[in-house]
Each structure stands twice: as structure tokens, then as C-alpha cells.
Ligand binder design. Sequence first.
Ligand SMILES: [Zn+2]
Length: 490
Amino acid sequence: MRIAVLYFSHETVSFLANDTTLDDFVYPGSPAAGEALLGSNPRSYMGGFVKMAREFDGVELVGIESPLWPKTGTGSGWITNDAYETYLGKMLAELRAGGSFDGVYLCLHGAMAVRGVARPEADIARRVREVVGPKVFIAATFDLHGNEDEEFLKYADLSFVVKYFPHYDDYLQGERAARTLVRAIRGDYKPAHATLKVPIISATVVQWTGASPWMDLVQRALVWEATEPDVYVNAFFGFPFADVPDVGMTFQVLTNGKPELAAKICRDMAATAWRQRDALLNSTKVHTIPEGVALAKQAVQRKETPVVLADHSDRSGYATWLLKEIIAKDLARTLIATIADGPAIAKLKAQGAKVGDAFDMEVGGVADESAGEPVRIRGTILKAVENRGQLWVCVGFGRDNVLVLTPYLVQVIDHVPLLALGLDIGAFEVFAIKSRVHFRRGFHDNGFAKTILLVEPTEPFLGTVRLDKLPYKNVGLKQFYPYGNPTFSA
Ligand SMILES: [Zn+2]
């Protein structure tokens, strides 16, 4: 049993000014082929898929050379048509030349936005199908932030989406994809699916599945899977910062040869979401940055620390609004992680910056209007650490504050990167980070922070919850709740 394995993933904020280019996919370790690809993300979808596939006798996995996640993280816009066609073209050519396959595994994200390609993941599936022919089973894994509609499963057979945000179950979905793909190849699973879009669009910051009603939606899917053997229920919450026509919430249900059951469960899930649409949109409070920093200061006075101040809206990594307000309000013992500033890091690298050096530079800002103005920081370099070819610099300033400077946007989701820098976590009262929901993994779900404050700038910049302020070209926002008055019946 030969299974080809391909990876092509990005969550594209199409409102960013800097396109994602050919070169952004090239860094130590990427592109990756063979065992390097199969071992590239051992704790994520890929790791789960490979581990489970190899539990079965006679399975051969063929790692097709694939570009890994761009080095810009999620801090770059539209993928250029050149980058997309170059990498996909190479993958298809290798697939064509690679002999016959019984199955294909596509490790995708779902929120890729490519110039000139309306539905990239469906396009990938369609073109893989053209190469491998109608009899080969195609399975994929997705992030729940994927923007998908019925197109994808026209060309692919199986789809598995993480259920939780933070995405705790990516490895598990990889395992499920492998087991079901092997069963399909053996003739033991006959994929029959249903897909339904629900006209709800939401900013990702509100989609935390640790609380109702998002938690209830997950629970409903889990109950269906527990009740009905061989059923898989996928809920895409959608990613509104990609200006693509298939944006918004989507449900997919897979069954073993039971299309009516798939349709029934899909209608139930869609109706459940639609009923709760108002609560889904209003489950999370987002403060303006001045409000949030004032509330953080009060929480420190009441000793309700540590406090997390999460600027959910910064999509370039360069935004200085929160840093500026922290300095203006004279917060102490605050960690600001991170401000992205590629040129500043390049300069520090060229200077051979080292621990103990005096630091006096303007940092961040100017990437676009959403990043704000650069902020001048005078302090001392506390750490300068090389990580995967990237230099990260920690600067001590003010009253025991530490600023972490990085070349690209970093979403701090737990203490791991901070400990890797050698920072003393216990020394901080306030953690000012750039994250929407993923930080809850290491700062909230585990009981660490006593106060959680989500903030965004006063103006509605490109990562705002006020989606009606975004310059969409491919999305009619009025077709979605809560921006229009759509009708829906499942
Ligand atoms: Zn996601």
C-alpha cells in the first residue's frame, strides 16, 4: 500500500501589504522531502498521520518534496501565484513520476489565500486527483480556521478538522486520517459525505472552545461521533482575515457509505450553530488598548496577577500600540513578547549584539498603518539567542520590564519560547503578548493567569473584530450574520 504525503499550508491574512513569496517558503529544513517531511512536525497532524499509518503492515509512505509553513509565520499576505504554482507544480510532477499510489495524504490548513486562485485547497485536491486518477483515495487534515465549501470533497474523499481552539487535537486528527485512509484503501470504509455552509462570520478572537457556546458546538460534534460508528464531524469556524469567496462557517460530515446520515448530522450541526449565532458572536469581550492597560494596572494593584494582555489584532507582529501604552502608563515587571522588527534584528546581528550591551533603538511600527509608530527603547540587552537561524533579543528597560524583539511575528502560546530565552517567568506581573486564543493553552486553560484582557487598538485596523471595517473585495459581508440579515434553514 503506497501513500503519497504532501504538505502545503498557510493561514493568509490577505489584508497585509507584504505578499508571501517563493523565498518565504525557503529556510533551513524547508522545503522537505522523504523522511525529513514525514518527521517535520512530529507532534502535529503529520506526526499523528505517520505514526498511525505505520501501525499497519505493508504501508509505504512517500514524502513528496513540500514547502513547509512560510518563515513569515502568519505575518504575510497573499501567496503569489508564482510561489503557489512553482511548489504545487513540483509536487504534482513528483507525484506523476512516482509510480502508482493507493492513497494520498494532504496536510493542509484551509485558510490559504493565493492570488488568482479562488479556492486553493480545493484546487490542490482537484489537481492531485487529475494526476492520480479516480480510484486513489485522497485524505486531508485541516485547521478549524480553514475557509472551505463543498468544492474540496468533490475531489478528495476524506477530511479531518481539529475540534478545539487552541488546537489540542492536531496529532489526533492526523491519526484518524491515516486509519480511515488505510481502511478506505482496503475497502472497509466507503466515504459518503455532506457539506453545509452556515452564514456566520466571526473574528478568530471570539472562537475559544474553552467556554460556551463554542464548547457546546464541539460537544455536539463529539456526541455524534460517539453515537454513530465511523462518523466524523468537522466544524470549520472560518478565517475572516483571508478575503476569499468560501469564507465563513462550514460543516462537513463523513460516514461509511451512509449519505443520508451524513446529511442529517450536517443539518443538525448547522442548525445548532445557527440557533446560537448571537451567543457565538458575543462570547468574548475585547477592550481598546487604553482600557485594557488601565484594567491591567488595576489588576496588579489588586494582586490579581499574572495578567495577560493579549493584542489579538496585530497581524504583522510590528504593532507597537500596546508597548506604547504600557510605557505611557508606566507598567512595571511587564514582559512584552514580541515586537517584530526584521531590520532592527538584522542591524543587531551585524553589530554582534551581546548580553550587557547598552540598547537604544526605535523598534517596531511602520510595517503598515496597523503597526503604528516605532517606539524608542533605551535599556540593556539581557539575552541574545539564535533559534533556527533567527536572532531573538531581550531588552531590559523601565521598571523591570523586558521587551523581546524578533524578526517575524511570534504568537506566544505557552512558556516554552520564554523559557528557551532563559527568562524567569515568575518575575513578571504582566504578559503583553500577540495572540487571540492560542495563548489560553499555556496561560489560561492551565490556571496560570488570574486576569485575562483581550485588546485591540482604538482604530479598526486589519486584525479588528469589526469586520465591516475591512476592505473586502471577494466577500459580501451582508450575506453573513451579524453584518446582514441572512436567512438560513438547515
Ligand atoms: Zn487555527
